[in-house]
Design a binder for this molecule. Structure first.
Ligand code: FAD
Length: 244
């Protein structure tokens, strides 16, 4: 491919930035267009009154991927970007009583779990060993594109199904490892956070649509162009807006 070509990338999220790095390294003349005043897309932050709000991810779990891209262009992620290891990564406080400080230190995590449920402490080692195999088997599938539904039938993916067990719910799998329902909940929590975020996003989108509809009606009123609305009493108009 003639890499003296000019390339325009729309969006400076992680996808656009990574693509730009790789194409520029390959010799393309790259321009990125970003509609926001900042780069980073959903991984950026907004600041207000001295507070920083994450727009998307709150912690970074898999730096290897970025390191691969940085290395590809002759840089070292860990020199370019200051990483702070969170330890504990988060603290769960259970309604049924007790706390769990999640740490990436295996032995401390076993102790944390045993504090809640002594029988479940050693089970965590089995759980980790089991998931390590699962990740090793599945990682090659995560590194190839899935352009269409037929990609789900690839021999590579079918070969890992016995390890992924898509027929089994996460809850059933966790119940096979941990007796204490608090621990089953603890390892299900990321999925729950994603479910809640999906629900929150839907609620936010609905609220935004409502606000936009109200604004439209108010705009019509302000311009006094709609005869039908103009002829309505203030009370009728309020009722109309509330119903939107
Ligand atoms: C709440 C939340 C939590 C998440 N947690 C994780 C996590 O833990 N781990 C993880 O790996 N991923 C996580 N993600 C997903 C991750 O943020 C996205 O996968 C990633 O940001 C996608 O990158 P992208 O470049 O494809 O898109 P985006 O990050 O969405 O970037 C797209 C960019 O394009 C710009 N743009 C769009 N249209 C135009 C236009 N017409 N002209 C100019 N610019 C335009 C946008 O402003 C934006 O900057 C999370 C996402 C959310 C929302």
């Amino acid at each position: 491919m003639g890499m003296s070509r000019r390339v325009i990338i729309i969006g400076a999220g992680p996808g656009g930035l990574a693509t730009a790095l790789l194409l520029a390294k390959a010799g393309a003349d790259v321009t990125i267009l970003e509609k926001q005043p900042r780069v980073g897309g959903r991984t950026s932050v907004i600041e207000s009154d001295g507070y920083r709000f994450d727009l998307g991810p709150t912690f970074f779990l898999y730096p290897q991927i970025l390191q691969e891209i940085f290395q590809e262009v002759g840089r070292d992620l860990f020199k370019e970007v200051r990483m702070t290891r969170l330890d504990p990564q988060y603290r769960l406080t259970f309604g049924a009583g007790g706390e769990l400080n999640a740490t990436s230190d295996l032995e401390r995590m076993v102790t944390e779990i045993a504090r809640l449920s002594p029988a479940d402490g050693p089970q965590f080692r089995k759980f980790m060993a089991y998931n390590r195999v699962k990740l090793e088997k599945f990682a090659p599938c995560l590194q190839v594109p899935f352009p269409g539904w037929t990609s789900l039938l690839s021999a590579r993916l079918l070969a890992v199904l016995p390890f992924l067990k898509p027929w089994k719910s996460l809850h059933a799998e966790l119940a096979g490892f941990f007796r204490d329902p608090r621990l089953q909940l603890a390892f299900d929590v990321v999925k729950r956070v994603i479910d809640v975020r999906k629900a929150e996003n839907k609620a936010a989108a609905e609220a935004r649509t409502k606000a936009e509809q109200k604004q439209k009606i108010l705009g019509i009123l302000a311009r006094k162009q709609d005869e039908a609305l103009e002829s309505k009493s203030e009370e009728e108009l309020r009722a109309l807006i509330e119903a939107m």
